[in-house]
Design a protein around this ligand. Structure first.
Ligand SMILES: C[S@@+](CC[C@H](N)C(=O)[O-])C[C@H]1O[C@@H](n2cnc3c(N)ncnc32)[C@H](O)[C@@H]1O
Length: 290
């Protein structure tokens, strides 16, 4: 199938409109490679026909969902890049607990309020489950007296229902489980079943999943102590990145922490956050300048 310059522009703009992913001129091959199978399944003989079909659909329909699934990269792994999780345990969790207690003592939050962490663009769940394991280990080590796993809630969200279903099932094959997880943690937090490894109920209890498209208005989902948004902003243009970062700022408690991916930062996008190094990790804190 051929992709004309005109077809590329039409599909590129539609993709940006649906999910924010900004494809540069040199990404024509991506459309060719990833959308040709979709076009063929829907009996389209050209990309223009596929475009017309997509255009005729109203929002969030099956074909648009397949388009998003074809064009997005879902690559992820447990404890991706390692150091952010070391920093989570050594610096961020004590920081979140400290500020949570201060807010509670000042009567700013209910006594039974949870420490809330949002994994925005959580793909197949490895990221929120790695956060949950880090918290469970932190609690088990007695580092936050008076706190239990039940004082923490993790929300995992993604635009793709396909990856969300896998995340909710929490079932990983041998290859997936061997990426990033030590045998000790695997033994502790997963149950083996027919060659797959399923997240244990006590870990699942800490995590909830929801579909959220970061480039569309998504309504009130609460105020968070930490937002983890890794390896998705890189696909968006600067205007979209800036808008999402401002939304994150508004959705954090004072002294809340934002964690981005290794290739992402707030530079030239927003100057609202205070950035600093904690070990090897760059963190962004919501801190009012007095
Ligand atoms: C490369 S994965 C990153 C997964 C995980 N955060 C990590 O760092 O390992 C990117 C994820 O972003 C999701 N995504 C792409 N566009 C999105 C959007 N507009 N809103 C929410 N999620 C989106 C994709 O479905 C995919 O699961």
């Amino acid at each position: 199938m051929q992709l004309s310059a005109q077809e590329f522009i039409l599909l590129r703009d539609l993709i940006r409109d649906i999910c924010g992913i900004a494809l540069k001129e040199d990404k024509q091959y991506l459309i060719l490679q990833r959308l040709e199978p979709l076009a063929k399944t829907h009996k389209c003989s050209s990309f223009s026909e596929l475009y017309q079909l997509l255009k005729a659909e109203s929002l969030n329909t099956a074909l648009r969902e397949k388009l998003v699934e074809a064009i997005t990269t879902n690559e992820t792994s447990f404890f991706r890049d390692i150091h952010p999780y070391e920093t989570l345990r050594s610096y961020v969790l004590p920081h979140l607990v400290k500020h949570h207690i201060m807010r509670r003592t000042a009567g700013k939050i209910p006594v039974n309020a949870k420490i809330k962490i949002w994994s925005a663009a959580s793909s197949t769940g490895q990221e929120p489950y790695s956060i949950a394991m880090t918290i469970a280990e932190f609690i088990a080590s007695g580092s936050a007296s008076g706190f239990t796993n039940n004082d923490f809630r993790i929300l995992g969200t993604d635009i793709s229902n396909e990856v969300l279903s896998k995340a909710i099932a929490g079932s990983y094959n041998q290859v997936e489980i061997s990426r990033g997880i030590s045998p000790e943690l695997r033994q502790k937090y997963f149950i083996e079943s027919k060659g797959n490894w399923i997240v244990s109920p006590k870990l699942k209890e800490m995590v909830e999943f929801k579909p959220i498209n970061l480039v569309k208005p998504f309504g009130a989902i609460g105020i968070f102590d930490m937002i983890v948004c890794r390896n998705v902003l890189i696909y968006f243009d600067d205007k979209t990145k800036a808008k999402i970062l401002e939304t994150f700022y508004d959705m954090l408690h004072e002294n809340g922490i934002l964690l981005l991916g290794a290739m992402e930062n707030t530079y030239c996008l927003t100057d609202k956050f205070k950035s600093f190094h904690a070990g090897k990790t760059i963190l962004y804190e919501k801190r009012h300048q007095h």
